[in-house]
Write a protein that binds this ligand. Sequence first.
Ligand code: AMP
Length: 225
Amino acid sequence: MHIILFGPPGAGKGTQADNLVKDLNIIKISTGDLLRTEIEKGSNLGSEIKEIIDKGQLVPNNIISNLIKLKLKSQNYRKRIIFDGYPRNILQAKDLDDQLLKNKQNISLVISLHVNEKVVIKRILGRQVCSKCGLTFNEFSNLSTKNNHNCDKFFLKKRSDDNEKTIKKRFVVYNQETFPILNYYRKQNLLHEIDGMKEIGSIYKEIRAIIRPIEGWLYIAYSYK
Ligand code: AMP
């Protein structure tokens, strides 16, 4: 019953996944967040990862595969994950299928957010992430306010890879390595495509409508965990 939220950098995957986590019995796995947690630990692996992320490249598949394996082992994640920013190339997509099959699980839906690259670059430059609770805001389009955020503004930070040079490289990598995965899921009839340029609330409504047929299953998966 897992869901993949797919799209280029800045498409709004993290924001939409956070909304779903608030409203449904699902858990978000963002490989970007897992990698940043590893960087914060200050390990050798963390500094290797930071160098790659700051260049806008993809972190090697074996590192990602190990992170995912650890999560899939946990009963808590059984059959109710929303993947954000993963898989990012065809080998990762096949590795995920293999790992899920071993655990008698599967992907139910892939939701792809389509956005215009120029607009999204501006969006990314305005992105602010709360270093305390992890929520994402935007100084141009989705301000942190008392109504949507409990932490102090002091905790809002820019990501080190959210600069113009790295963003451009991330888009090249997305077009070459990540975008082709869409066909892999299209052939399996799992793909739902959405206009990601609309307002956050109306995109969320569309996502909820797509997920609705499996919402009941998410609750069942949760109660039998
Ligand atoms: P994100 O937080 O999803 O924007 O990811 C930030 C950066 O982390 C990416 O630009 C990549 O360098 C790295 N990254 C995140 N997820 C993956 C993944 N599944 N495979 C490889 N690298 C990743």
